[in-house]
Ligand binder design. Structure first.
Ligand code: CU
Length: 237
């Protein structure tokens, strides 16, 4: 009985941690940089311009971006130059490999979700979810363009850590078991998670079966929390 409660509590905790972890939300991609995002989840739009300048450089403006892990971004990309360019979002090493591949197959046209090729004057957008923290790169892999300066970095900062709350058990002495009402009166020590000093209080119980294991005078160790607005014993050692 006691073991069953503890197990249930742990399962609930891990289920909620899994749900809160951004890495588990996308599902259909395994690129380190993330995956195609859901339009409805876009929280930020970043405008990126691609162009050539008079010094023969080919550039992205801006060329350093900072986003947060889990964020879904719409990149609105404009080719303001006079030749074709592309925006490829990936790990730096992947872009290097990809660039070598394009040197061997210059005619290659991509249709990957992390890439967008635009002719001069064209514009388009990519909606992207950054599932991992780290430094990534956006680049134009058309032969010669990267070497002319056409790359930038995306710093993805880690999402705030999900703190696993390990609740401490509180000691108490059973004063009265109110079987019919599914309540129990406990003379308890300080309940730190509720910021409640030691006192004698009536608690609900998460499961009526808990009452079968308690009788007047028993010293118990328990976890109490607010459940639907009522102070409830949620776990019992
Ligand atoms: Cu280019």
């Amino acid at each position: 009985m006691k073991t069953a409660y503890a197990t249930a509590a742990i399962l609930l905790l891990s289920a909620s941690l899994a749900a809160a972890s951004p890495g588990h939300s996308g599902g259909h991609n395994d690129m380190a940089v993330g995956g195609p995002g859901d339009e409805a989840k876009v929280t930020r739009t970043i405008d990126v311009t691609m162009f050539e300048n008079d010094d023969g450089e080919m550039l992205f403006q801006p060329n350093t971006l900072e986003v947060e892990q889990g964020q879904t971004i719409r990149f609105n990309i404009v080719n303001d130059g006079e030749i074709k360019h592309e925006f490829v979002l990936d790990e730096k090493e992947k872009n290097v490999e990809h660039r070598e591949l394009m040197l061997r197959f210059p005619e290659m046209e991509h249709d990957d979700p992390n890439a967008l090729q635009l002719d001069a004057g064209e514009s388009g957008s990519i909606v992207w979810t950054f599932t991992n923290a780290g430094t990534f790169e956006f680049a134009c892999l058309i032969p010669g363009h990267y070497e002319s300066g056409m790359y930038g970095t995306v710093e993805v900062s880690a999402a705030p850590a999900v703190v696993a709350v390990t609740q401490e058990y509180t000691k108490g002495t059973v004063k009265e078991v109110k079987t019919g009402q599914e309540k129990v009166t406990v003379i308890h020590e300080e309940l730190k998670n509720l910021d409640m000093p030691a006192m004698t209080m009536v608690f609900n119980v998460a499961d009526p079966a808990m009452l079968d294991t308690m009788k007047e005078g028993d010293v118990i160790e328990f976890i109490a929390d607010r459940v639907r607005g009522r102070l409830t014993i949620t776990d019992l050692k």
